[in-house]
Design a protein around this ligand. Structure first.
Ligand SMILES: [Zn+2]
Length: 151
């Protein structure tokens, strides 16, 4: 399962998390990462401070798409549609700017990007998008073991 629990924004809507807690989380997240121009794609997410292996880098807040909404996603947004089981999600910023790499430094766990190695300040945050249900795309990651096409 790619996405196991509700993101903080959803929990907020159902009243199970305090707004105060949510704001603290968001502040922390802002200082962890920065969205900047990337060599892989137009934008990328970069570490704003050193990140330790096992740390949560980004908590996702994806928008759940109803079946009727999937076909209406504009072409420019299709790259950000992600599937988990029978559900489709539209990834929101900043998590949508995390680029694919065939040698990623994060993996997806419980609706979060979690560091799988120590990440230096300024290093780009990457994830392996294979099998997440987005459309096939050509990989630009430049790693030694690049698979070329991600599907
Ligand atoms: Zn690659």
């Amino acid at each position: 399962m790619l996405i196991k629990k509700l993101c903080p924004a959803v929990q907020k809507n159902t009243g199970t998390i305090s707004e105060e807690l949510l704001e603290t989380d968001e502040l922390e997240e802002r200082s962890t990462i920065a969205v900047k121009a990337s060599g892989i794609d137009k934008n990328g997410v970069f570490a704003a401070r050193p990140i330790k292996r096992g740390e949560v880098v980004i908590k996702w807040c994806p928008k759940t798409l109803k079946d009727s909404e999937i076909a209406k996603v504009p072409a420019s947004e299709k790259h950000y549609v992600c599937r988990s089981g029978k559900k489709h999600f539209l990834m929101q910023p900043p998590e949508r700017f995390v680029n694919h790499s065939c040698e990623p430094n994060t993996r997806v766990e419980n609706c979060c990007d979690v560091a799988i190695k120590d990440i230096a300040k300024g290093e780009e945050i990457t994830s392996d998008y294979a099998g997440c249900g987005s459309e096939n795309f050509k990989c630009n990651c430049g790693s030694k073991n690049c698979r070329g096409i991600v599907n």
